[in-house]
Write a protein that binds this ligand. Structure first.
Ligand SMILES: Cc1cc2nc3c(=O)[nH]c(=O)nc-3n(C[C@H](O)[C@H](O)[C@H](O)COP(=O)(O)OP(=O)(O)OC[C@H]3O[C@@H](n4cnc5c(N)ncnc54)[C@H](O)[C@@H]3O)c2cc1C
Length: 630
């Protein structure tokens, strides 16, 4: 089944996206405009992104000491994306957007992630950057820094990590001090005449110094400018930082200085490239170590990168985190689509590769012709596992995007429930596909046997590309801590209660349907076990004990959520859920969905017992392992 067929099913038959057109924000849209956006996205992804996915892997970005060189095809492909107006697809018309529902925007992105995740990372970053400025910047900052991003004229980065501070962002050391110019000296930004750092039209003006590690899209020659969004600390009067995250502020640091009216000058800001990181995958996305304010490009004769504060001082991490839901859904979706790409490639291969003979009643008949490997049960197992993971992961990503829409345009009650569900599901939307679509990519290699391990086929690249997703946007371990340490217990477990209610509704609906009653029972039991394990983990109230097995908890929680989704999809495929428009005569489609659902319930869901076992008994094997014993 093609990606498009699955997407259409999920959007139309399960999530009923057309209903969103009844909301005033999307009133200009219809089923036809949604279809047109998906058609266009599919076409650009197939024609501009997919053909160069291997090229950008092989021709890694290069730094000659002055400039970064990317393959010339990279800006051409990105320009096609921008020309289609997709960058601001879900944004207000006022900032050049199309006011599409988020779920349609995310569905559109799925084609690009599948075709070339290394290219798609540029618009993803730029959009995240512009979204953050849109949410928290001043009207002038939105006009000068967010709008060109949405228009695809400039690129954006997210500069959080430092060499010594990755997971623990409270330990960042990048420093921002007010850019107090002596009166009479024209400010380097030419945006104020008096050097009054606080009344610069572009925002309170600071000088930044420090090092930012791992910055994707941090240096290149594409577009008119790069807008870095940088987390930094403003020291107090004693010159010291406020400890913890409270001292962190957010700054826009343009690569080239910008005039007050938004015109980009040719003068470089004091941000320089210390070097490129050479990665396992995602090689099409240039990844950088940036030095801020080391004096390589002095501004007004002084070292220090010019940065404009966004919003209030001390709120930087909070501002960044308000956008994390969408960013994490995107990371999860990227992982899923890499899995999907591997699934499609291995499915095509399995249909064509003749190898071996079936085992009949009397053993093998060696005089018979060899069969395509898709006929072997074990190969079907590997394909079914991939299908269950990637189609389930896609459904999860779209469900979360649909919840974002509920949050933005639903009734107050819908918005509140969607907000709670999103808080809870976001670590799953990010982590589950990152772990399991990576496993799917491994199975894709396995289906191709030795050929899968070579660079003659694309599956090894998908696997390498996907390995990043458990690391960035919060590592796997950090997602587990977030889920068990914060999300399931917040507001006295309110979000968990909302999810449990939704799952119970599905259980009750499926219990009435022929062939799904067993799955309904298993899901009900899984939900009960997750609830019990959550309580048992926190029974002593000692965080060290409760969180000792946060990652197995994350895995069990994720598998339970995916079992819920698969039961939902099985219901929808039978016309028992959603728009009920799917023709049940589409036998192969229905059988495929049921087979993947059965696979998930029979082979995957039972794994939760082992994961929840260590959680429930607060197993301290890892916590107490002596460091000297390793
Ligand atoms: C290719 C790539 C692109 C990236 N792009 C960007 C970008 O554009 N912008 C940006 O700001 N950053 C970016 N990052 C950085 C990324 O977000 C960090 O690598 C990530 O947050 C982890 O930080 P770290 O690498 O310092 O690892 P560490 O934080 O040192 O973690 C190492 C290991 O220790 C574990 N660990 C750490 N602390 C704890 C704890 N308290 N409890 C339990 N386990 C813990 C982690 O889970 C992990 O397994 C990128 C990284 C890569 C590899």
């Amino acid at each position: 089944m093609s990606l498009r067929a699955t997407l259409d099913f999920l959007l139309n038959d399960w999530l009923c996206v057309d209903e969103l057109c009844a909301r005033s924000r999307h009133a200009e849209h219809s089923h036809d405009t949604f279809t047109a956006v998906l058609d266009l996205s599919e076409k650009i992804a197939a024609e501009q992104f997919a053909p160069i996915n291997r090229l950008i892997d092989v021709q890694e970005p290069e730094f000659d000491g002055e400039r970064v060189h990317l393959p010339p095809q990279t800006p051409i492909a990105l320009q096609a994306f921008n020309d289609a107006g997709l960058m601001a697809a879900s944004k207000d018309e006022a900032v050049g957007g199309l006011q599409l529902p988020t779920v349609v925007e995310i569905a559109s992105m799925s084609f690009f992630y599948q075709a070339s995740v290394g290219l798609a990372a540029y618009p993803m970053l730029t959009r995240g950057n512009a979204n953050t400025i849109l949410a928290h910047g001043s009207p002038h900052q939105i006009e000068v820094f967010a709008r060109p991003g949405f228009e695809g004229r400039t690129f954006g980065t997210m500069c959080l990590s430092e060499p010594q501070a990755g997971s623990s962002l409270s330990d960042i050391a990048t420093r921002a001090v007010p850019d107090v110019q002596p009166a009479g000296i024209s400010a380097a930004t030419q945006s104020d005449e008096h050097g009054d750092w606080q009344s610069d039209p572009l925002g309170p003006r600071y000088r930044l110094t420090g090092h930012k590690m791992w910055i994707s899209g941090g240096e290149h020659e594409m577009g008119e400018n790069i807008h870095h969004l940088v987390l930094a600390k403003i020291p107090g009067a004693d010159g010291k930082f406020v400890p913890g995250v409270k001292g962190i502020s957010l700054f826009i640091v343009p690569r080239k200085l910008v005039q007050a009216d938004g015109r980009v000058t040719e003068q470089r800001n004091d941000v320089s490239l210390a070097g490129l990181n050479h990665k396992c995958g995602y090689r099409g996305t240039v990844n950088t170590l940036l030095n801020f304010g080391e004096g390589r490009f002095p501004v007004n004769g002084q070292a220090g990168a010019i940065g404009y504060r966004v919003g209030e001082a001390g709120q930087g991490l909070k501002y960044m985190f308000t956008l994390m839901n969408e960013a994490r859904i995107s990371v999860g979706l990227g992982a899923t689509m890499l899995g999907h790409a591997g699934y499609q490639a291995s499915l095509d291969y399995a249909r064509q590769r003749p190898q071996g003979r079936p085992i009949g009643v009397g053993g093998k008949d060696h005089s018979a012709r060899q069969v395509p490997i898709i006929e072997h049960t074990d190969v079907k197992r590997m394909l079914l596992q991939q299908k269950a993971i990637v189609e389930g992961g896609l459904a999860l990503g779209l469900l979360c995007a649909r919840l974002v829409d509920e949050q933005h345009t639903g009734s107050p009650e819908q918005a509140q429930q969607a907000g709670l569900l999103l808080e809870l599901l976001t670590p799953i939307a990010k982590s589950w596909p990152s772990e399991w679509a990576q496993e799917a990519n491994s199975q894709a290699i396995q289906v191709l046997g030795g050929y899968g391990y070579t660079r003659d086929f694309p599956v090894e690249q998908y696997w390498r590309d996907n390995r990043l997703n458990m690391i960035h946007e919060g590592t796997h371990g950090i997602q587990g801590l977030d889920l068990l340490g914060r999300k399931v217990v917040m507001n006295n477990g309110q979000a968990l209660a909302v999810l449990a209610e939704r799952i119970q509704e599905t259980v009750q609906a499926a219990a009435q349907v022929d062939g799904l009653a067993q799955h309904a029972k298993a899901l009900g039991q899984a939900l009960h076990k997750v609830g019990q394990a959550t309580q048992a983990a926190w029974a002593t109230g000692v965080p060290e004990e409760a969180l000792a097995n946060a990652t197995p908890y994350l895995q069990a929680f994720g598998h339970t959520v995916l079992a819920w989704i698969w039961l939902e999809l099985a219901l929808a495929a039978q016309g028992q859920k959603g728009a009920a428009s799917r023709a049940s005569s589409d036998a192969a489609f229905l059988q495929g969905k049921r087979a993947a659902c059965d696979y998930f319930f029979h082979y995957e869901l039972p794994k939760i017992d082992a994961w929840l076992g260590v959680v429930s008994r607060r197993d301290m094997t890892c916590a107490h392992a002596p460091i000297d014993g390793f």
